[in-house]
Design a protein around this ligand. Sequence first.
Ligand code: IMP
Ligand code: MG
Length: 187
Amino acid sequence: MHLIVKRSGMTEIRVRDKKFELFLPEDVILKGIKTVAESINRDLRDKNPLFICVLNGAFMFAADLMKQLDFPCEVSFIRLKSYQGTKAGGAVKEVQGLNESIENRHVVIIEDIIDTGHTMYYLMEKMKGEHPASLKVATLLFKPTALQSDIRPDYVAIEIPNDFIVGYGLDYDGHGRNLNSIYKIKE
Ligand code: IMP
Ligand code: MG
């Protein structure tokens, strides 16, 4: 279960050269994360999973999600770059890889957003080759109408329409990651 939020407009902010309006306030984000935490607490309790947070965008989501997990688990970080300005779907570049082996581990990738799905497809293909016991994806945000790839996230906090957004870890041109709510671009 996840929340589905339709288009709506409110408070306006500016990040670099663009205007954004309030889209998902912090309490809505945290409510979505709680539903994901409940599912993961149920599904992976006895599996000593390894969570892999995809930097930079997923750092806030990973922190708030992991605080709500109440069983033994580990976390590590990988850094990818695949995005310029407001367009998704560019080539994926691994800037910093994993130090630990995922062989025979129950792995959960923690992503900020699945847009075209190209990044997640790349990452999953690469990780499958390293023979994890299982491989799941938890994403804060999912844009189903932007998806161009044959992947389905296992855990989605919030499903959103295909608008460019910023805040709560997600950036526009490197800025806006520190916002505690999520804002969408104004046309
Ligand atoms: P995908 O490969 O098209 O699914 O895009 C993946 C990456 O693009 C995400 O991990 C984000 O870092 C970035 N991204 C996609 N959509 C947005 C957005 O609306 N705002 C900010 N970053 C985004
Ligand atoms: Mg990302």
